[in-house]
Design a protein around this ligand. Structure first.
Ligand SMILES: [Cu+2]
Length: 470
């Protein structure tokens, strides 16, 4: 209670003894349990370095959690104390698309926990869910009783109770946390978070970097027009997200020209994700098993992340521009709406639309020239969903959704700036352009009957699919 309120209440005739009693009751409670820090916005928080800490491993380069944040701790008798609150949250997955999830401290995913190798940590976990939960600290070396598998290592944390986990962060690396209780439901509802342990000393396989990004790959099944994920879906998810955000709601990764950049990601979906970065080559420098020895690294532009795996990639941002970064499964860079549209490439609709519109005035045809029309079509959507393709760049619709963002490399960026620098201005003469010379007549128009081609009748073959006799 504020001193000012105390005097106000005393002046108003409220018993001063009662006011004092309140203060006395709450003080020991606060001393025992760090006050939970909550967050109410899905915007990417600035990197957080605890103030006033010195010693080995300090200062480290703090991570930037895409559309997330780092959980502050309290230092008590040499132990870093964190307080996670498992609770129902409303997560904005993109502007105009809000979902009822379960998460931690106001958001899904929960806050990133960032410590230094050798730190003693104590995590208070308060369960405000309607059912029991636990937390498993994926990838950590710890006492068996702290591993968080409900029923195996501990009793589940009942609704309304607080449990305490204590261990030493032994290995530097990229880890995650998630429930190991009613796991399928609780992860389908968005319960997960990142854990980063920075090295305490110079490490032969861990380079210092100029920027360090992190996110979790997650997926949901949310019917268009609804607000709560379906929790019994096994494989057929329709919302593909990074840190419970979808393009165009995912922050860009910003880098200064020449920066060494690390990106850490973990996969808590039910399928693999080949993560692809344009414009540079990277190396996988670590997994949830630890840093990869230099002799075991090779260059890549795509790395596949299997279910339950974490990957840590590093590259030099030496090509300026706005580079796409996305999952290479093309339906994972799509929103929920429109997947039920039949393939109509090559179908001639001329005359048909007007006739159908006499019966159904809103009837539209999509797809006879491919699906690109979806990117710019003003289609009426049910409330609270996203179109299959969305997002607009400087040259028009980007035709993406889901697991897509950009790596923005700029020469004129301050070392500590993570602000979106806007769209890249292409230097003159460095962009694809229209050919202005003469073209042979047959190259100008698409073939008359669509995909099959004007002369294709002779080569049409009957499909030997399910109808074939053998
Ligand atoms: Cu994917």
């Amino acid at each position: 209670m504020q001193r000012r309120d105390f005097f106000k209440q005393a002046a108003a005739g409220v018993s001063a003894t009662a006011a004092v009693a309140t203060a006395v009751v709450s003080r020991p409670a606060l001393a025992a349990l760090p006050e939970p820090v909550l967050r109410h916005t899905p915007q990417t928080a600035a990197p957080w370095l605890p103030p006033g800490v010195t010693g080995a491993g300090w200062p480290y380069r703090p991570v930037v959690t895409l559309n997330g944040w780092t959980l502050p701790f309290r230092m008590k008798d040499g132990v870093k104390e964190f307080h996670l609150v498992a609770e129902p949250v409303v997560r904005e997955m993109a502007p105009g698309f809000k979902v009822n999830m379960w998460g931690y401290n106001g958001q899904s995913p929960g806050p990133t926990i960032e410590v230094v190798e050798g730190d003693k940590v104590r995590i208070f976990v308060t369960n405000r869910l309607p059912e029991h939960t636990t937390i498993h600290w994926h990838g950590q070396r710890l006492p068996n009783g702290m591993d968080g598998v409900g029923g195996l290592n501990q009793k589940q944390i009942p609704a309304g109770k607080t449990f305490v986990y204590e261990f030493t962060a032994k290995r530097p690396g990229t880890f995650m946390y998630h429930p190991h209780a009613d796991e399928m439901t609780q992860m389908a509802m968005g319960m997960m978070g990142l854990w980063i342990t920075h090295p305490r000393h110079a490490h032969p396989h861990i380079d210092p970097v100029d920027r360090d990004y992190a996110f979790l790959i997650n997926a949901f099944d949310i019917d268009p027009g609804s607000y709560t994920p379906k929790v019994n879906t096994m494989l057929d998810f329709n919302i593909w997200s990074w840190n419970s955000r979808v393009f165009p709601g995912i922050s860009p990764l910003v880098a200064r020209w020449g920066d060494r950049v690390r990106v850490r990601f973990g996969n808590l979906t039910m399928t693999n994700h080949p993560i692809h970065v344009h414009g540079i080559e990277f190396e996988v420098t670590g997994t949830d098993g630890g840093p990869v020895p230099r002799s075991a690294r090779w260059p890549e532009v795509t790395t596949d992340v299997a279910v339950g795996q974490m990957r840590q990639i590093e590259f030099i941002a030496d090509e300026p521009g706005d580079w796409a970064m996305h999952c290479h499964k093309s339906h994972h860079t799509m929103g929920a709406m429109g997947h039920d549209v039949p393939t109509l490439i090559g179908v001639d609709h001329r005359g048909l639309v007007q006739r159908i519109q006499k019966l159904i005035p809103d009837y539209m045809v999509m797809g006879e020239r491919g699906m690109a029309d979806m990117g710019e079509m003003e289609m009426e959507l049910p409330e609270n969903t996203l179109p299959m393709m969305t997002g607009t760049g400087p040259y028009g619709p980007i035709e993406m959704g889901g697991m897509f963002t950009t790596l923005k490399v700029r020469a004129d960026l301050a070392a500590d700036s993570y602000a979106d620098p806007g769209w890249y201005e292409q230097p003159p003469g460095s962009q694809a352009f229209e050919y202005q010379g003469r073209l042979a007549q047959e190259l100008i128009r698409p073939p008359a009957s669509g995909a099959a081609g004007g002369n294709a009748q002779g080569s049409v073959r009957k499909p030997s699919g399910p109808h074939s006799s053998h």
